[in-house]
Design a protein around this ligand. Structure first.
Ligand code: SF4
Length: 174
């Protein structure tokens, strides 16, 4: 897709990274190291990380450094989130994390085809920008934010189109 932003695969804009407990979805309660990449062009009106949208506001950090810190955290799961991480080619990042013995989990609205090697894909489509069709079959988890009544019907439509093993979650926007 031509609108996909091109950034060197060996360095990515990093908004923040931290070790915490996954608070949402299938892995809720699991310790995980989060890497939040800067940059998002989806534009959700209720977004709670709008400061992530401008990729240029965040420093480019080498994949090597991200992996070093993730490994040093002692965690086994690394969650790549954003922003919208699939704006970038994540092949080098995910392969490097896996070489370090870490699990790779993705949180995405799926607006571009997914690159990289993933142990878990959490697909959270947004009404503000349609997901790429290729993402639906790759989702291990479908997480739909419910903001108004019509979002339930919207979620049911996606639930009928993801693969049959996909775990389904509704999450209230609050
Ligand atoms: S996709 Fe995520 S980061 Fe982007 S606007 Fe929506 S909630 Fe915010």
């Amino acid at each position: 897709m031509e609108t996909k932003e091109k950034v060197s695969v060996t360095a990515l804009p990093l908004m923040e990274d931290f070790y915490t407990i996954q608070g949402e979805g299938f892995y809720q309660g699991s310790a995980a190291y989060f890497i939040r990449l800067g940059g998002c062009d989806v534009g959700c009106v209720w977004c709670d990380v709008k400061e992530s949208w401008d990729a240029s506001a965040h420093p480019l950090v080498s994949v090597q450094e991200m992996v070093r810190k993730a490994r040093a955290s002692g965690g086994e799961i690394v969650v790549i989130t954003g922003g919208e991480p699939v704006m970038y080619d994540l092949t080098t990042l995910t392969e490097s994390l896996k070489e370090a013995g870490l699990r790779t989990h993705l949180e995405t609205s799926g607006v571009y085809p997914i690159t990289g090697t993933w142990d878990w894909v959490c697909f959270s489509p947004k009404k503000f920008k349609a997901p790429h069709p290729s993402v639906l079959e790759k989702a291990d988890e479908l997480k739909v934010i419910v903001y108004n009544r019509s979002d339930i019907t919207w979620a049911e439509d996606f639930a009928s189109r993801v693969n049959k093993n996909c775990h389904l979650f509704l999450q209230p926007e609050c």
